[in-house]
Design a binder for this molecule. Structure first.
Ligand code: NAD
Ligand code: DAU
Length: 356
């Protein structure tokens, strides 16, 4: 059994769905169901005995300890976090609480559990911390891509809180010997992403004929990776990563935001043409994000060399799949936009809720 935190969020839910498609090993899914947690995403696992959903907070030490004691997971895959940079600018407190205190709480509970295990199980135990490339800071146009040895230079409350959590994970390995692994991944896109992030926001707004807000000059660069490829990288690192190591995960796919949005508009023009003309007419330049990092780029050679991992999708194939998914799932989008996703379980599965 593995313990996944944040498995009702975008990447965590994709990971749990992928995991249970390829394995019989059960998952305990601990998620606080903040605005970003969506049980509807996990609908197809309702009634599946391999998935135990626990509605709870990673900062709740007693709950986390109880889960370790009762289920004795052989590994933790830690996704739970506050993840949106814009929200961190307006309300950094929740980011420090979940990303720093929450990771600390999990590490301490994991350490107590791990240190009491018999020798063989102790050796097999893993704590995989899912992190971001944003901890490395911002690159200039000619700087080399981030390697795992790049100094940390976080610039937003979000990236600072993730950097702090990465350091805690590192320290728990060096000081206590906890068998940890850390992944630092670039921007993900794909099904079930909350429409506050660039790609789903642009798709949803374009379909509704609303403005497509471009921060600043639209020339900020990100490296983009299909979420299924991030999940496969995490599975590889969990299975074969070297203890205490960090692995950068990326798609070798740097693109400026404006280019992304034009790509999305062209795909929507093809797949869902609008009588009003090209969706690109909706592009609107707005005030820049404070402290907006200019460029991220990931050097993923370590995970490729050591673990043989490669992304299965190109940006062209992944973004087409993604746009199709949003076109094919209007009910998921509508429930997110109306807020109906918040009580999806109560409406669909009253009385069958897993206990917390
Ligand atoms: P998300 O915001 O979609 O989901 C976060 C999940 O964590 C939600 O289900 C939420 O309910 C849960 N959560 C929040 N606070 C919690 C708490 N205190 N206790 C328990 N659960 C809590 O995030 P995401 O985009 O899926 O990101 C998942 C992880 O991957 C994060 O750690 C993030 O830093 C990292 N990451 C994200 C990206 C990306 O592009 N989205 C890229 C690299 C790394
Ligand atoms: O790099 C990995 C990170 O990618 C993850 O750690 C974060 O959790 C994830 O949110 C993401 O952070 P970004 O800030 O890069 O993602 P976001 O989708 O918010 O923005 C992507 C780029 O698009 C960024 O340069 C800001 C810009 N943007 C974003 C929005 C929401 C716009 O121009 N307009 C918008 O409306």
């Amino acid at each position: 059994m593995i313990l996944v935190t944040g498995g009702a969020g975008f990447i965590g839910a994709n990971f749990v769905l992928d995991w249970l498609q390829g394995s019989e090993e059960p998952v305990i899914n601990l998620d606080a169901l903040t605005y970003a947690g969506n049980r509807e995403t996990l609908a197809r696992l309702e009634g599946d005995a391999r998935h135990l959903f626990v509605h709870g907070d990673i900062c709740d030490r007693a709950l986390v300890e109880r889960l370790f004691a009762e289920y004795k997971p052989r590994a933790v895959v830690h996704f739970a976090a506050e993840s949106h940079v814009d929200r961190s600018i307006h309300g950094p407190g929740a980011f420090v609480r979940t990303n720093v205190d929450g990771t600390f709480t999990l590490l301490e509970a994991a350490r107590a559990h791990w240190s009491a295990l018999p020798a063989g199980e102790r050796e097999a135990f893993r704590f995989l911390h899912v992190s971001t490339d944003e901890v490395y800071g911002s690159l200039g146009p000619n700087d080399p891509a981030f390697t795992e040895t790049k100094a940390y230079e976080p610039n937003s409350p979000y990236s600072a809180s993730k950097a702090a959590s990465d350091h805690l994970v590192r320290a728990w390995h060096h000081t206590y010997g906890l068998p940890v692994l850390t992944t630092n991944c670039s921007n993900n896109y794909g099904p079930y992403q909350f429409p506050e992030k660039l790609i789903p926001l642009m798709i949803v707004n374009a379909l509704a004929g609303k403005p497509l807000p471009i921060y600043g000059d639209g020339q900020n660069v990100r490296d983009w990776l299909y979420v299924g490829d991030h999940c496969s990288a995490i599975r590889e690192v969990l299975a074969r990563g070297r203890l205490g190591e960090t692995y950068n995960v990326g798609g070798w796919n740097e693109m400026a935001n404006l280019e992304i949005v034009h790509t999305l508009c062209a795909l929507l023009d093809e797949l869902r043409p609008s009588a009003a003309g090209s969706h690109a007419r909706l592009i609107t330049y707005v005030k820049d994000r404070p402290g907006h990092d200019r460029r991220y780029a990931i050097d993923a050679r370590k995970i490729e060399r050591e673990l043989g991992w490669r992304p299965a999708e190109t940006f062209q194939s992944g973004i087409r799949k993604t746009v199709r998914w949003y076109l094919d799932n209007p009910a998921w989008i509508a429930n997110v936009q109306s807020g109906a996703y918040r009580d999806w379980v109560a409406r669909n599965y009253a009385g069958r809720e897993a206990r917390a």
